[in-house]
Design a protein around this ligand. Structure first.
Ligand code: ADP
Ligand code: MG
Length: 727
């Protein structure tokens, strides 16, 4: 397929797409009937489980108490009956390996009964534990191949659900994935561990403020997911999009091609149909999707759910990505979750809205209505500032990947320097605290009062700074550096653990200062907040994070700027990281080192694939097009010469020069990829970063220039203009 026929087919597809399912008529089916209809949720459990079993399970889910083994068989049985009524024949332990993907292995409910027939079986043991062969998943040396067995363990806090397929349905059970010696091989295990650490330290701080809560303090996450939709005809005609998920070549459209959204403000019809079906599918799975809209770039969109408990939000975000991909196909499109599918066009991220709290104590990043709550809020907020200052580079490492490197630090996404945006008012309050003269909120005039009598802080959530990687937005922090294709688990693991360490520090200091003297709390809080701001406010920055001055200023303040993945990943084995994670029981040193190794390997593999792909496309698609056009031009020149009308050969010269230059650098790239790469994962990654990527940029430079010279009908790769504007 080439560009021309892809263009024709894409245009046809736009008008001819068919919806697979008839649109739901909400006047007949109420949305509440649809929401969660495929989830083994609280209602279903209450209906189907004996009272005592239900109570015991609820305790495990809500209070994090150990699961009573005798309960598992009964739950499994109820779950099986429910699933079979919904047409399921198989069940799967869903897990989240370090590739960032979602993995599943299906097992049938049916077992032969020895009499030539079969019965449906699903025991407590099968619910609680699975044994997928772990050898094909990266373990970073944690496990030798002969110990290939890993096991999956039921995560009671994330409900089971049914996935539909036109050919039937199956039951999905969210699980943690560990080696047989108990080491985490996945993204969920450390997330659950980090939530435990956070809970313990947050409770100590709350206790000092006289707040007791039975429920664990948890993290909340609300991820806003960006993505591109491209007609699949274009993708089939572009091996780079098909294999690497991003364009390795592609000239910028001529100036004047407006990339401004107002031009395209209305969601295209096919896209809207797609969105409606996505929403419905996610509703059935109990994912509380809320908003959908156009994004900055043409053909770029966003979907965002209402925030949930961090672990559940993480599983749901994985489901969102799966559903986006599969529903797009039904409409003849491909959903691109790559962080930078098109050079020069805005990339896609995932804003992770993060806060901590629970149903009893509310959101701890919410200023609250009373002065007392305000003081407590300031303590949690200061703990976050301290955490970011101490462990910003670690947080940066959690979003390091080959694809996200194209985005971070470009003038569209927050830079790789981790700073905190507080907004004018909160900055003012903390500024006063730092000087030791708390007078009150800026607009309220000067009052010489203690923290306990600070007026309520009506923080303006509209107060936004889009250039900050970590921005306070009223009742949460918005971490904006996560890549669109990434799991949101890693960043939460870091945030929870960093917060736990800071809250531990805060609790220890306040416990010391108030031991036996509870009336000293006010003074102790003031003193501590002042100390934290004196030591850590270098991380606070409210200005333009994209500006050159900030890069210089950040260096002066001693903030790290880890521009590339190899640099950033070193943080995973830094002594400060190992101390932090081992102290709070989140990851062992071996687990951390294995993660660094795996992520470095992934980095190398993805760049190696792209480099090879680049050489292949150059050799088999671009050079032939160039030769053909060269031939035509040469023929035209010869013809003109024959009739005495020769007038120079500018285009032919330009083409020939660029083609030769491109052949040269392509050959160099090929030689580099085939040649030595260094032996440790780290030297290899550095080689790909510092040698291969620049060589790839050289190849692309020439190719993109050729695209602007060569006749459109010979250039078989669909252009940026076509891909982004035909939808
Ligand atoms: P915006 O684009 O203005 O940032 P959106 O409505 O697109 O806002 O997304 C905001 C996200 O933040 C939603 O997922 C929302 O549920 C989530 N959110 C709101 N409050 C909190 C909170 N306290 N903790 C975590 N996430 C939150
Ligand atoms: Mg948004």
């Amino acid at each position: 397929m080439n560009g021309l026929s892809a263009r024709r087919d894409a245009i046809k597809a736009i008008t001819e797409y068919k919806t697979l399912y008839a649109p739901l008529d909400f006047s007949e089916t109420s949305p509440t009937e649809v929401f969660g209809c495929n989830v083994f949720n609280d209602c279903v459990m209450r209906d189907r489980l004996p009272k005592n079993v239900y109570k015991s399970l609820k305790k495990t889910i809500e209070l994090g108490e150990k699961l009573d083994a005798s309960v598992a068989d009964i739950v499994a049985n109820a779950m099986k009956d429910w699933a079979i009524e919904k047409g399921a024949t198989h069940f799967t332990h869903v897990f989240y390996p370090l590739t960032g993907l979602t993995a599943e292995k299906h097992d049938s409910f049916l077992v032969p009964d020895g009499k030539g027939s079969a019965i449906a079986e699903f025991s407590g043991k099968m619910l609680i534990q699975g044994e997928p062969d772990a050898s094909s998943f990266p373990s970073g040396g944690l496990r030798a191949t002969f110990e290939a067995r890993g096991y999956t363990a039921w995560d009671v806090t994330s409900p089971a659900y049914i996935l539909e397929n036109p050919n039937g349905t199956f039951l999905c059970i969210p699980t943690a994935f560990v080696s047989w010696t108990g080491e985490a091989l996945d993204k969920k295990t450390p997330l659950l561990r980090s939530m435990q650490a956070l809970n313990k330290q947050a409770k100590r701080v709350l206790k000092i403020f006289g707040v007791e809560t039975k429920l664990p303090v948890i993290c909340y996450a609300g991820p806003e997911q960006e993505y591109f939709l491209i007609d699949r005809n274009f993708v089939f005609a572009r091996p780079d999009l098909l294999i690497a998920g991003r364009t390795l070549f592609g000239a910028k459209p001529p100036k004047g091609q407006e990339f401004e959204d107002q031009y395209f403000g209305v969601i295209p019809r096919r896209v809207l149909s797609f969105m409606m079906e996505v929403d419905r599918e996610l509703f059935k799975l109990g994912v509380p999707v809320k908003t959908r809209h156009n994004e900055v770039a043409p053909s770029q969109f966003e979907i965002a759910p209402i925030y949930e408990q961090g672990n559940l939000a993480t599983d749901h975000n994985q489901l969102i990505m799966t559903v986006l991909r599969s529903v797009a196909k039904r409409y003849g499109m491909v959903c691109l979750l790559h962080e930078k599918p098109f050079a020069g066009i805005n990339g896609s991220g995932k804003h992770l809205n993060y806060s901590i709290g629970n149903d009893e104590v509310g959101c701890l990043f919410d200023p609250g209505d009373t002065p007392h709550e305000n003081a407590q809020f300031l303590v949690f907020c200061a703990a976050a500032i301290r955490a970011l200052h101490k462990y910003g580079p670690l947080l940066r490492a959690t979003v390091a990947s080959a694809s996200n490197d194209h985005r971070l630090g470009a003038n569209e996404a927050p830079p790789a320097i981790m700073s905190v945006y507080l907004g004018e008012q909160l900055t003012d309050v903390f500024g006063q605290i730092k000087k030791g003269e708390v007078k009150g909120s800026k607009k309220k005039g000067v009052m010489n009062i203690g923290i306990d009598t600070l007026p309520p802080l009506p923080l303006d959530p509209g107060d936004r700074n889009r250039t900050s990687p970590f921005a306070f937005t009223g009742n949460r922090f918005e971490f904006r550096a996560v890549g669109s294709s990434m799991s949101i688990a890693g960043s939460q693991v870091a945030l929870n653990t960093m917060m736990a360490e800071s809250l531990d520090y805060v609790a220890t200091e306040l416990e010391k200062a108030t031991a036996g003297k509870p009336d000293k709390l006010n003074a102790a809080v003031q003193g501590l907040l002042q100390k934290i701001m004196l030591e850590h406010d270098a991380v606070v920055f409210n200005g333009d994070g994209y500006s050159e001055e900030w890069h210089k200023e950040a260096a002066r303040r001693g903030l790290a700027n880890l521009k590339t993945t190899p640099e950033a990943l070193s943080q995973l084995s830094a002594p400060s990281t190992i101390d932090l994670f081992t102290k709070y029981g989140v990851l062992t040193e071996a687990e951390l080192r294995s993660r660094e190794e795996i992520y470095l390997e992934q980095y190398c593999k993805s760049i190696e694939t792209e480099a090879n792909l680049m050489v292949r496309i150059a050799t088999t698609i671009i050079f032939p097009a160039a030769f053909r056009y060269q031939n035509e031009l040469a023929q035209a020149c010869a013809n003109l010469k024959a009739i005495g009308k020769e007038y120079g050969t500018t285009t032919l010269d330009q083409l020939t020069t660029n083609l030769r230059a491109m052949q040269k650098v392509t050959y160099e790239l090929q030689t580099l990829v085939e040649g030595g790469k260094g032996d440790s994962a780290h030297t290899q990654a550095t080689f790909y970063c510092n040698t291969i990527l620049p060589a790839m940029r050289e190849v692309r430079k020439h190719a993109d220039l050729l695209e602007t010279i060569i006749a459109d009908d010979l250039w078989v790769l669909p252009s940026y203009m076509e891909m982004l504007f035909i939808r």
